[in-house]
Design a protein around this ligand. Sequence first.
Ligand code: MN
Length: 721
Amino acid sequence: MMRQFELVERVKSYDPDADEDAINRAYVYAMKMHGVQKRASGDPYFSHPIEVAGILTNYKLDTASIVTALLHDIVEDTLATLEDVRDLFGDEVARLVDGVTKLARIQIQNMEDKQAENFRKFLLAMSEDIRVLLVKLADRLHNMRTLNFISAPAKRRSIAMETMEIYAPLAERIGMQEVKTELEDLAFAELHADARTSILARLRFLELHGGDLVVKIMDELDQVMRKGGIEGYVSGREKTAYSIWRKMQIKEVSFEQLSDIMAFRVMVDKPEDCYRVLGIIHTSYPTVPGRFKDYISTPKRNGYKSLHTSIIGPQRHRIEIQIRTHQMHEVAELGVAAHWRYKSTDLFDKDTNTKSVEGRQYSWLRELVDILEHAQSPQEFLEHTKLEMFHDQVFCFTPKGDLIALPRGASPVDFAYAVHTEVGNTCVGAKVNGRIVPLRTPLQNGDQVQVVTSTAQKPSPEWEGFVVTGKARAHIRRRVRDDAHAEYLKLGHELLEKTFSKEGLALSDKGLNSVLERFDVDSVEDLYAKVGEGRLVGREVLVAVYPGTRMDGDDNIVNLSQARLKQSHEASGPIAISGLTPGMAMHVAECCHPLPGDRIIGIVTDGRGIEVHTVDCEKLQEYTDSPDRWIDLAWDADKDKDAHIGRINLVVNNEPGSLGALSTVIARNFGNISNLKISKRSTDFFEMSLDIEVRGVKHLTNIIAALRATPAINSVERARR
Ligand code: MN
């Protein structure tokens, strides 16, 4: 175990200004708090945080990171609280410790590739400060180094799996290649101990018999390049046991058949040089058929570019060679981070004086790799190196723990559609972290979302106002359109029935079929829908089917609304309606807000379905010239269980407590205020309009009466315009 003064000395060696006192205090505090706790190895527990801090000194991390490493398990595993840490070590350390603690609480099971990928992103997003992640990775590295002390095989295995699937790729992502390789190797040793042992034995055997093959082959390749007149940089290495094993798995070949236990790379300046190098290699050595791949003319989806070929190379060894430019190499090494859009200020390419998209994407990562490799003053950089690239995403969980990645601002409805289209189509509510929330609530990172569904539910057009994913929007639109079409169809049918029966004439499919062409529709259904939408007037259809009928009918009436009401009641009675959904075929007019109990009239608008008005609405005057647009409607009180919005205008005294009195009166009368708008405010009065959820006109009338009886309220009217 590293001793206190050793740790301090190591930090001081690369950071003379390090806060010695803070490190000493953290060391002592961790020791005190972990007390007699023991690790599986039998070592005192506090040896672990000290080793983790030690690992981080290899990366020349700042004081706050080292202190955080020392304290990283203290909140989770001892009596110390985050407040204690804040009091003793300040805000910055408390924030970092909190981040590491939160990451530690996330349980990860084995998962599918895509899910694992999402999880890596999630961890990145959760650790807003890159230092949180660095501490976490060092923590994992030390736990893996001491994995063999854990006695339960199942537990060892699950930790190794998690390391392989989540932490090693995560280390790779942030440029800690060395940590990645060690994590992989340790996990591999646990998961496939036998395979690893035999691969290592074989490599040692080859080494013994071939000397330093890698260097020999590199030298020869280098000479071949020079002879061909190419300035290239040749590199080579022996692959790790784990990567050899992976190749063996993917290609289903034995170790003897495996050609590429050594990897070679030639890097040049220009893309055209890549092909020249390829030509030189292919004329110098026999090629292995079927192994050539041109990812320069056809790059991989992540932007990877390179030429790959396999040859029977120097010393008669089968080797794989990758040929690329330096720039392609950089993208290959950092390119996995292509979608980590780092929100840095615009970077300008000095040569072309243009914004460099690539520069923007990779800059932070280059910077980070720089810091990790040769930082002079770690704090300076790290302080500002935040993981902001996921500022545009949130990661949420299903109750089973599946991870769903969504754009920032996504609602439970987006979540529901992301889980499954049917879940979206039938969602009625959502519980976020166990609490019921409105469907429009924006989700936060780490939220656990449970969608409540009901087969009776249909997507509401209102959802379109707050969903952010294309999938949700498309499905809502489609369902709303289908539903609206069904409504139009039904409505058109009823309208035609009425028009025909009023004249004592029969409405038959046969009759309608004979006029389809004339109205430019393909089916009787489409004809109904066209009438329902108001793009065609019922009477026109009547005249077409029975040419003897007069077009103007008997609509020469002065008091139109009253007369039509009477007339259509005599004909076949009003069309019964129940809940009115905004955006659907039938909808409440904004001017008069009719409620169940009001006498109502429908106006067939041009292509927007039917607008429902109260009989006394002033707006009806605009339609006196088009009587065919008028439809008699009545509320179907039995079917209607929905709340309706009633709108009232009020003048309220501008004095303390009057708004309180207002809401109390409404609540006592079981109304629910859904919107409030103050239109005017003087020293004496407020003028405002209120939307209240009510059962019907009677309910609203009661509320208005109660408000009129309230002293703080000057006047109340039902809104008419
Ligand atoms: Mn730990």
